[in-house]
Design a protein around this ligand. Sequence first.
Ligand code: TYD
Ligand code: MG
Length: 448
Amino acid sequence: MARLNPVFVCGSCGGETLKWQGQCPLCGAWNSLEERRAPRSRAVPAAVAVNLSPGAALADAGVRLSSGQAELDRVLGGGIVPGSVILLGGDPGIGKSTLLLQVAAHVAASRPAIYASGEESIAQVGLRAQRLGVAAEALGVVAETDCQAVLALAAARQAALLVIDSIQTLQSGAAPAGAGAVTQLRECTSELVRYAKAGGAAVVIVGHVTKEGSIAGPKLLEHLVDTVLYFESEAGSRYRIVRATKNRFGAVNELGFFAMTGSGLREVKNPSAIFLARPAQPAPGSIVTVTREGGRPLLIELQALVDRMRFGAPRRVAQGLDANRLAMLLAVVNRHAGLALQEHDVFVNAVGGIQICETAWDLPVALALASTLKGVPLPTQLVAFGELGLTGEVRPVPYGDERLREAQAQGFAVAVIPRDNAPRRAPAGLSVRAVGTVAEALEAAFAR
Ligand code: TYD
Ligand code: MG
């Protein structure tokens, strides 16, 4: 199949680029690029191995581009890797175009960047940029759905960043005529991947997720790209979470927090605070715990309420926590801490609508239950975490040090934690009370 552009092949590493350069951007060899106009022959291609000496490997990796959003950079593992392909999936209307226009405009201030929209006209993109208040003069905006045309433009402008919004609107002439959506999707994505790997430009692809789990969703493309990000949101919430589900250049399951505002997406610098809007007056039954969601510690308020049962069997209701585990905890605190709740309805709630999937909430819930039963508030400067065993012992949880540091950073003064999580040196200003049993924990938490 004929190519629209000449391809330059490196005589040393065999890599392809779209433009001639003195130095091969892949292996760093000088004067090794040769033009190859003829369509690729069917002859067996020669595979060339490159030895990964530090110099050769790193010459190509270059410096990561900052997206301008610290939260997004974090999720990516420290910024956008040149030559990488990132897929951003998410429901329609969640803010993919908004985020990427902000990112593209930020990158464009220092490097050439192209934002190719197949869904909106240039005027619409312009209006959005105005609304976002981003300086987009340097950004190349193109309303185009032809894959080769977009790639030719990006090559001509030597773009360091190419945003494709969205992959579902892109068409490739290289796919057989009348090819279905899936073939088009795959062909366009492969072309973009080839382009990114050859020229060293970073490519960000938007993919819509359809509610019906339609085959046109980005699931198909995940194995082709380097990084897969998903945009998530609770229904009706203005907070958005970006989650990395695959990342060749960083950790997976990292979370980035954003808020949708009247002027675009703003990063939430202090996600702990989202879940921590507490009343000024200490109230019985309320406690703060440090949980660990998506690779980072989060402070969350837990609340418990017990009420004399009116009729029938006592009710046990858990919001955001596992109800079976709550039943087990009630037995533990009854037996080992003397909290008799057999004749009470019990309600516990993780404030902010978050689901906690680990066991570190055992100990704080036990403390909150004691607090509500006695009608005595816990100190507001107190945090607690830890797992409870059936014999009333307090068991350690992973990442104890990290949780303590986060509690200290948020201004908490006292931490009731498992003995096995006790740090050699507590963070400055944080008084750590390490406990071995639930009875000890109650004593430590209510001590002044
Ligand atoms: P959009 O980025 O178009 O979503 P996607 O590309 O994922 O389909 O986001 C659209 C929504 O965001 C729309 O409902 C309006 C809202 N929005 C704001 O709240 N503030 C803004 O500044 C912008 C640009 C959009
Ligand atoms: Mg969009």
